[in-house]
Design a protein around this ligand. Structure first.
Ligand SMILES: *Cc1c(COP(=O)(O)O)cnc(C)c1O
Length: 469
């Protein structure tokens, strides 16, 4: 063994202890660590001939690279839809690295850690009040979940005319209907060879809505003259957290032949609260659903899962099977994740979610969801009181889409946000909604409190003054 490796092996406990201390310090100071920074790295770093050993490497990391770390698991990081990490999920995440399993099979001499993944999916189905007619698995994020689901949808589409697209390639136009797809779904159409511009945009409901207009949807379906299609629907659009009407879509399924996919990356968690579960009513009728865990479940990146109806498992295997040999036996008995999703080797990605679900239960998650949604409303009210701002859409769940008051201020929105983010107390994302520049604040972090909103509003008022708006 290399001598430096040997030395590290002897000193393992001390190394992990130092890393732990450092982690605790970061987490204990999330409140004061900046949400933005301007640190850079040295692009000419050379690889050492001889290693430094872990402790020296940690020192170098702290000197040069740790300053790049922003308070993204902190309470005022409202950009994108960034969840934090619960204590239990961090413990689970550490252990996933330490156990370092290759999570593929549920029955194998080389390890059966996929049973833990099955168990976790089952807990998630209970949390979201979904039936066990779905089979699920973990992937890195909602983008890969959409990819997995739409990959199977693509195979389904080919089968409607007796073709095997997975084997033969795509030989006919695949019809996709969608109203407000997330950019990642459009990216998936590109990655799947369907084409990022090859989808038909269905109207949204009149007024300040991003949800699909079911009447226009039926019109567009009729124009297809009985051809099959794939519907990409939304449970929580990023700008305004709007939801398609799943009960109405479910009724259309009785009349028309389509694959129904729901992108519920964060919005699916509406199911956890009695106050919001009506938003996802009827979603169990879908063929496939995408849900992120690194958002509202508050587990560390990278974590999401897909749910695909068990009845489609053969299509799923045709799409992702790792060899050309025919699949032997009952796929659910000899189940192996490597045949049903993009990755072959996989970490035990379910473990952080398993820890967190066990540690906090239904009630813990209901509290997180209802705290986030209450804070979104609180922030919306505080914005109006602060003057100088206007909401761009009603606050339906946890995302607040707003802008500077008045059209004359449209030209100041980018500068305002850049300055606000620069100050490092809060981070939000720019957006465009109904052709106007806006800002999005997303509440999903379990740590955020009313006190944070107070700090954020003060920072925003100060930034208005700085810019003389
Ligand atoms: C965040 C998000 C995605 C993409 O998720 P990643 O985890 O970043 O891959 C897809 N759809 C919706 C609705 C989202 O909010």
């Amino acid at each position: 063994m290399n001598s430096i490796l040997q030395q590290d092996l002897n000193d393992f406990e001390n190394i992990l202890e130092k890393a732990k201390q450092q982690g605790i310090e970061f987490l204990n100071n999330l409140d004061t660590i900046s949400t933005s920074n301007k640190a850079t790295t040295d692009p000419n770093q050379m690889l050492n001939e001889f290693g430094l050993g872990s402790l020296e490497t940690l020192k170098e990391f702290n000197e040069r690279l740790a300053p790049l770390m922003v308070s993204s698991p902190g309470p005022r990081y409202l950009g994108f839809v960034t969840g934090g990490s619960t204590p239990a999920s961090i413990a689970g995440d550490w252990l996933a690295s330490i156990y370092d399993q290759n999570t593929q099979a549920i029955k194998a001499q080389g390890g059966a850690s996929a049973l833990i993944e099955f168990e976790t999916i089952n807990l998630l189905l209970q949390l979201l009040a979904l039936p066990d007619t779905f089979l699920g698995g973990f992937v890195t994020g909602a983008t890969m979940s959409n990819f997995t689901c739409l990959g199977v949808a693509r195979q389904w589409f080919g089968k409607q005319s007796g073709k095997d697209f997975a084997k033969e390639g795509i030989s006919e136009t695949i019809h996709i209907l969608t109203a407000t797809p997330h950019s990642s779904s459009v990216k998936c159409l590109s990655m799947l060879g369907i084409g990022s511009q090859n989808y038909t945009v269905v109207k949204t409901i009149e007024g300040n809505r991003e949800a699909i207009d079911v009447i226009d949807l039926e019109e567009k379906i009729k124009q297809l003259n009985g051809k099959p299609f794939i519907l990409i629907s939304s449970a929580g659009t990023v700008n305004t957290a709007d939801f398609d009407d799943f009960t109405a879509i479910g009724k259309l399924r009785e009349k028309y032949n389509f694959w129904w996919h729901i992108d519920a990356a964060f919005g699916g968690f509406a199911a956890v609260s009695d106050k919001f579960k009506h938003l996802v009513e009827g979603w169990e009728g879908a063929d496939s659903i995408t849900i992120d865990c690194h958002k509202w479940l508050n587990v560390p990146y990278e974590s999401a899962f897909y749910l695909i109806k068990k009845e489609h498992v053969s299509l799923q295997i045709e799409t992702f099977q790792n060899s050309n040999a025919p699949y032997l036996g009952n796929p659910l008995e000899n189940f192996n994740y490597l045949n049903v999703l993009p990755e072959n080797s996989r970490r035990l990605r379910a473990l952080p979610a398993w820890f967190s679900l066990k540690a906090y239960g239904k009630e813990g998650y209901k509290d997180i969801i209802e705290n986030s949604t209450a804070l979104a409303l609180h922030f919306g009210n505080a914005l109006i009181e602060a003057e100088g701002f206007e909401l761009m859409a009603p606050i339906r769940l946890n995302n607040v889409c707003f802008t500077l008051k008045g059209n004359h201020n449209q030209e100041n929105v980018s500068e305002f946000l850049a300055r606000l983010n620069d100050k490092g107390k809060v981070f939000m994302t720019p957006t465009v909604y109904q052709n106007r520049k806006g800002i999005r604040a997303s509440f999903v972090n379990w740590r955020t409190t009313e006190h944070d909103i107070k700090i954020i509003i003060e920072e925003m008022k100060e930034t208005l003054l700085d810019l003389d708006i």
